[in-house]
Design a protein around this ligand. Structure first.
Ligand code: UD1
Length: 418
């Protein structure tokens, strides 16, 4: 089942329910290994990145399994079995989030240098700087990061040169079990950071200020766990449906989401002349007149998310006029432009900038997903193109979207697998 077929031209209409957040779930699974007692996570999406992370934490001695469709139970390891193996870690960059928890809880960690989506260099220097600042010794041996602490980690002030999501998470988790107080300055402010902080506090940690530039953590001796915790909804999945609704000229109400988490996207869609109406945990996107071109710069939260840039590129490729996208987070995130061009889009990429001249229509053809969000963008493109679009490399899409085709079909799309 390696290909997705989309027949374009139909507006999406109806209601769709968003699953739990991939990126929040991945961090929570790593944090859970620090607990003493069993953790139950609710609203976890059953997607391949999560299944790989379950394998990774089980390989180091945890016992994680599905209690029901979206509920995971995790029995944390009492001692480490082994390092996280390369064949798993290479599939999932977020495995690097185990470094902090393993060091903090067990005083040692071995993790193969991670893989993940092919969207740029993605170094780990900020993770390392933070963990070394907390007193860990780190070395690179045979493609693995090996970490140890002589004693317990020590709280410290860590300034991040860039508000990296992963580095903030790794340092925040490690600091929970360090001795004394840690300050993370210029911390990332993404909703997933706040969810992780809430989860850590529910397990017994003392984290304050998540969601602001400065996070303060007072180390505790142990994290008890023994809790049930619901993961926040996936703002990027919600955003993908928002863009698909606008791009197809449809009218979709997205349920089980947090409208505040997608505000940068809502603002941009309104600027593009789409209607966006927020409810409590719902959001309706509809189109009444022609869409207008817009300019976008990706930024750390609360700026416009890099994870939504490709989907908007697909939408803007048929909006009359010139739109400009500037990618400030990952240097290699315009690969989807070449695929969209194969469908008739007019896009010029220069370094971190893409200039999109809207064409009258895209035409369905054979295209290839080059990363997770590029895959989502090609589905949006397929939904607005004439004829049939055949997308290969769909394993990328399966990494991050739960039941995507089923959900799109419920909104009237003609989409299938072969
Ligand atoms: C997370 C998300 C990803 C999202 C990204 C930015 C997860 C599992 N993934 O990725 O979906 O696109 O945030 O919102 O949560 N950097 C360094 N040194 C470091 C770490 C990062 O230079 O040590 C750079 C990266 O190369 C990149 C930028 O910082 O240019 C942002 O990366 P970061 O925020 O760390 O993203 P991830 O945590 O990898």
């Amino acid at each position: 089942m390696g290909k997705i077929l989309v027949k374009g031209g139909l507006p999406l209409r109806g209601r769709v329910k968003i699953s739990g957040a991939k990126n929040a779930s991945l961090a929570l699974l790593c944090a859970a290994i620090m607990a003493k007692n069993k953790i139950v996570l609710e609203n976890v999406p059953n997607i391949s990145d999560i299944r790989v992370m379950i394998e990774v934490i089980n390989s180091i001695g945890a016992s994680a399994s599905w209690e029901s469709q979206e509920t995971l139970q995790i029995v944390p390891p009492q001692k480490l079995h082994a390092g996280a193996p390369f064949h798993l870690v290479k599939k999932l960059r977020a495995s690097n989030l185990l470094l902090g928890p393993m060091l903090a809880r067990f005083g040692q960690a071995t993790i193969a240098l991670p893989g993940g989506c092919n969207i740029g260099v993605r170094p780990m220097d900020l993770h390392f700087k933070g963990l070394i600042g907390l007193g860990a010794s780190l070395s690179l041996e045979h493609g693995c990061v090996c970490g140890s602490t002589d004693n317990r980690l020590q709280g410290a002030s860590i300034y991040l040169d860039f508000p990296s999501v992963g580095a903030t998470e790794n340092i925040m988790m490690a600091a929970c079990l360090a001795k004394g107080q840690t300050l993370i300055e210029n911390a990332a402010k993404e909703p997933e950071i706040v969810d992780l902080s809430n989860f850590l506090n529910a397990m017994g940690a003392k984290v304050r200020g998540a969601g602001t530039d400065v996070i303060k953590i007072s180390g505790v001796d142990s994290l008890e766990g023994g809790i049930r915790f619901p993961v926040i909804p996936d703002r990027i999945e919600a955003g993908t449906f928002m863009v698909a609704a606008a791009a197809t000229g449809g009218d979709v109400t997205i349920e089980n989401m947090i409208p505040a988490h997608v505000q940068p996207l809502s603002a941009k869609l309104r600027e593009a002349n789409a209607g966006v109406i927020e409810g409590g945990d719902t959001l309706r996107v509809f189109v009444e007149g022609p869409l207008k071109p817009i300019d976008i710069k990706t930024m750390p939260y609360p700026g416009f998310p890099t994870d939504m840039q490709s989907q908007l590129m697909a939408m803007l490729s048929v909006v009359p006029g010139t739109s400009v996208l500037v990618e400030n987070i990952f240097e290699n995130r315009f690969m989807v432009a070449d695929e969209l061009k194969r469908m008739g889009a007019r896009i010029k990429v220069e370094g971190r900038m893409a200039v999109i001249e809207g064409v009258e229509a895209l035409e369905g053809t054979h295209v290839k997903a080059t990363d997770l969000r590029a895959g989502a963008a090609l589905i949006v493109a397929g939904l607005i193109a004439s004829g049939e679009t055949e997308i290969c490399n769909v394993t990328y899409i399966d990494r991050g979207y739960h039941n995507l085709e089923e959900k799109l079909r419920s909104l009237g799309a003609i989409i299938s697998r072969k």
